[in-house]
Design a protein around this ligand. Sequence first.
Ligand code: GLU
Length: 416
Amino acid sequence: MTEELDPFKISQKQLYEACKISGCVSDVYNALNEPERFVEVKLLMKMDDGSLKTFKGFRSQYNSARGPMKGGIRWHPDESASLVKALSAWMTWKTACVDIPLGGAKGGIICDPRTMSNRELETLARSYIRQLADFIGPNIDVPAPDVYTNPQIMAWMMDEYEKIMRKHAPSVITGKPLPLGGSAGRLIATAKGGAFCIREAAKEIGLNLNGAKVVIQGFGNAGSWASKILTNDYNCKIIGISDSKGGIYNKNGIDPTKVLVQKKETSSVLGLKDAQEISNKELLELECDILIPAALENVITRKNAQNINCKIIAELANGPTTPEADEILFKNDVFVIPDFLCNAGGVTVSYFEMVQGYYQYFWTEGEVLTALDRVMTNAYRFVVDKAKEYNTYNRMGAYIISLNRVIEAMRLRGWL
Ligand code: GLU
């Protein structure tokens, strides 16, 4: 049988498994296996060269039982309805896992922002919000950045929403630039949250982080900050880094700052002096202590799971591991920190951004990161203890916790 790689089907399969383990009836599974609402929009745009282009955009609002729905907007050529739905499901489990009072959603546009001018990016951002303004709002659904979107794009989106509503409404979106009500620490939050989980996992399995060998697949916001934080805070040694163009390896360690400079100049990690070039496939199978998938989904599958040669996998990406790979890794004693726990630092600081916005009182970066540490460390403990209690892998532990929290909220509201 070929392995299922459709992201939404994978998310449904994981949910089904979690329902089975926690003894939920099929009615509960049916109440949770599709988004509450899925909106698809057509975006028309005049490009700089005068041509007319149409883009497809999505917003999937998965579950609102625990609070306003929350989740990023991804701009990527491979974006699809299935992927947005899966990501919105994972956002639902993510906000529940770290126990912040929000639901789950996700958005996306099929496009390649790397080939677009600033004017084109701004036009696309504003047009997306005009099409979706009726469906989002500070108390309804609050978008944020994701792959290939950034604080500037959030600023344009916030501005367009406020123009439509004719009032200030900064909490319609998070991940904003600091002068527009963003939160200190938001840019590094995903990586920092993952690093707190890695710190706890290392204690758990008796791994000394000083000099621990780390491989990072993906060098976007999460991956690049993770390389810096793990080097600076824990003295880890980064031995491999890759991006969509390929990977680099040096068993004696790679200086993340040099890679950042290199990537800024040539928009690729390739070509760094003192490092050998390797393929993404080889990079994932390198012998190391900590492997960090920090790019896209389905990179650890039935095909390569057996060859993964690390002690901890810290999933900064969403959905990097398939269910079949999960089984293999569990058998091989690889300690997986599952995506919707490991990368929950981003949405947690987004929540702090909403809180600060409501009070119009802003915290220092130190205050934000201390609060983040508390949330992540608590969530980590709950997940790992739950997995042990059920003798299952950590992802299932996380699912059981999140599922129960969402079900409880739905029951209290009388939905179930
Ligand atoms: N896109 C990020 C995620 O996947 C952040 C979402 C948010 O801040 O709402 O968790």
